[in-house]
Design a protein around this ligand. Structure first.
Ligand code: OFO
Length: 195
């Protein structure tokens, strides 16, 4: 009976030690956790935009667009949390500051959206850089999904900003913008799915 117990103890120790092995180095892990925070902030920023749009007259389409965008950012955050934990790290759920709650106009809100997406793209680029510096090819591979996602999201934000510039204060233009915004987003998502 002694021997099996001893074996069981050794196996248990091996299992504990294997669990302790972190496949992510600390620099990479901290950088990924910083990105978790950035994605969570994105979700909050777009949620606040959705709530602001919802109380403006006639912005039902824009409201849905921001709610969906907020959900997508949360999904991006969850994907990172899953990856960090799967690679032996510990994903930290961050504290968040209150985002901007109101906007002087729709144009201001969409300018902010673009600025925010550019900031996120820079964050992803830095992560890719860190992965390469540390020869962490698994994380480099994982991050390619985010690189592609940011290209699409920046493109969408620029397209919407261009349209709003063109429309200016024309009410019927704004009506069509609100009516069509979900289709613009859906076309981009369909392209993503097909890629
Ligand atoms: Fe997370 O994709 Fe935009 O920000």
């Amino acid at each position: 009976m002694q021997l099996p117990l001893h074996h069981a103890f050794i196996e248990c120790q091996i299992a504990i030690n294997l669990k302790k092995i972190t496949m992510l180095n600390d620099v990479m892990k901290d950088a990924l956790n910083a990105q978790v925070k950035m994605e969570a902030e994105s979700s909050q920023v777009y949620l606040a935009m959705a709530s602001w749009a919802e109380i403006q007259p006639g912005l039902e389409g824009v409201t849905q667009f921001f709610y969906r965008h907020s959900d997508e950012e949360r999904m991006h955050m969850l994907k990172l949390i899953g990856y960090i934990n799967e690679r032996g790290g510990f994903a930290i759920v961050p504290a968040l500051e209150q985002p901007q709650l109101t906007y002087p106009s729709l144009r201001h809100a969409f300018k902010e959206l673009l600025a925010h997406e550019i900031k996120v793209s820079n964050g992803i680029n830095e992560l890719v850089d860190i992965a390469l510096q540390h020869k962490d090819y698994a994380t480099h591979n994982f991050l390619q999904w985010y690189v592609a996602e940011q290209i699409e999201e920046e493109r969408l934000a620029r397209t919407l900003n261009d349209k709003l510039e063109m429309i200016g204060d024309d009410k019927s233009g704004l009506y069509l913008f609100d009516r069509d915004i979900l289709n613009v987003g859906a076309t981009q998502n369909a392209k993503k799915g097909a890629a």
